[in-house]
Design a protein around this ligand. Structure first.
Ligand SMILES: [Fe+2]
Ligand SMILES: [Fe+2]
Length: 146
């Protein structure tokens, strides 16, 4: 699951760069970074919601709450992303700096939950299905660095 940790650090670093660029008023840089982030985050979440979470949920007795909570975080994170993107598009970046700070905190908390709660809890189920998960990842996303 190295790709998951790697993606998380990359997203946190990109949001941090957005925040720095917004403090400097470099709105074109912020726009470019936000676009890049949104595309990368959509693909990360697709892997989680289409492969990882279902692999865990399919195991008998696996409680639904952990993945429900993570999916609801995703909805909130995309809402924040879209809110920032809309302000940039409309050239009214008044609260973008605050929104980026909120996005950073929300992302960091979400990543912590995935790394420190979900993965340890799901590791047995995911490990049992490791080959199927890797094959699915490769077929659907071309990702092979699990
Ligand atoms: Fe996630
Ligand atoms: Fe994630």
């Amino acid at each position: 699951m190295n790709w998951l940790y790697h993606d998380h650090r990359k997203f946190e670093s990109l949001v941090y760069q957005c925040r720095t660029a917004s403090d400097a008023g470099d709105w074109e840089i912020v726009k470019g970074l936000v676009e890049q982030l949104l595309v990368a985050y959509e693909s990360h979440v697709a892997i989680e919601e289409q492969i990882l979470f279902p692999a865990y949920e399919a195991h008998p007795g696996a409680p639904a709450e952990p993945t429900e909570a993570l999916k609801s975080d995703h909805v909130q994170i995309f809402r924040l992303f879209r809110h920032v993107a809309k302000q940039l598009e409309d050239d009214i970046p008044a609260s973008v700096a605050d929104d980026l700070a909120m996005l950073f905190r929300t992302l960091a908390r979400h990543h912590e939950k995935e790394e420190q709660i979900f993965l340890p809890m799901a590791s047995e189920a995911l490990y049992a299905d490791k080959d199927a998960i890797l094959a699915d990842l490769e077929t659907r996303f071309g990702a092979s660095s699990a």
